[in-house]
Design a binder for this molecule. Sequence first.
Ligand SMILES: [Zn+2]
Ligand SMILES: [Zn+2]
Length: 222
Amino acid sequence: MGFYQRLTLKQSCVLCMEPANFCVCQACEAAFSNQINRCQSCAHPISGNLDFCGQCLSHSPAFDHAYTLYDYQDLVAQLIKTFKYSQQLCIGNYFAHKLAEKYQTMQHYDAIIPMPLSRQRIRERGFNQVLELLSIIKKKPNFIDTHSVHRIKATQPLTTLNPEQRQKEIKGAFHANPISYQRVLLVDDVMTTGTSLNELAKTILKAGVKNCDVLTLSRARD
Ligand SMILES: [Zn+2]
Ligand SMILES: [Zn+2]
């Protein structure tokens, strides 16, 4: 990189410290992992030319389609953790732009519902990371609906539990007021087992929503 080019770049990449236009440089971004073939239902990586994973074929989730940007590993996992636990808002802003780009390619929704966090979690963390990720996707007022659904139970981390324990832990975690619009996009930062998003989808479908899809920044292998 030449001297004058360096001068025009305002910040350094949080991963490699090289000068960059955003807080992640193009070289690091090129190393992000994103599986080409994913289950159309839950976005879990699958091999070959299959459309759905075995789990969704036997037990399809309450949402229709899950979309994701990256695999939850290596640099992406490191960035998301730094963003969430050290409040590095420039990383949130970077990912918010990426989510907005993805959103442009998607179909129409009446509203976006971000994964509701418990008050305790927001207090611990100091901010709601999912709302930060939605900061670039702004449409009409109230398009991002943070009022219809609330988390009424603070759940323990689900990844350490077996499938039955997870179901038990998440059951009744959300409460929704009656919802009048039809098509909803649920958004979360990381989807691991999909248990929380599935429960959230069930809750809003009962509250009057006709169908919903899911968009996450990253998908972990469970
Ligand atoms: Zn870099
Ligand atoms: Zn699946």
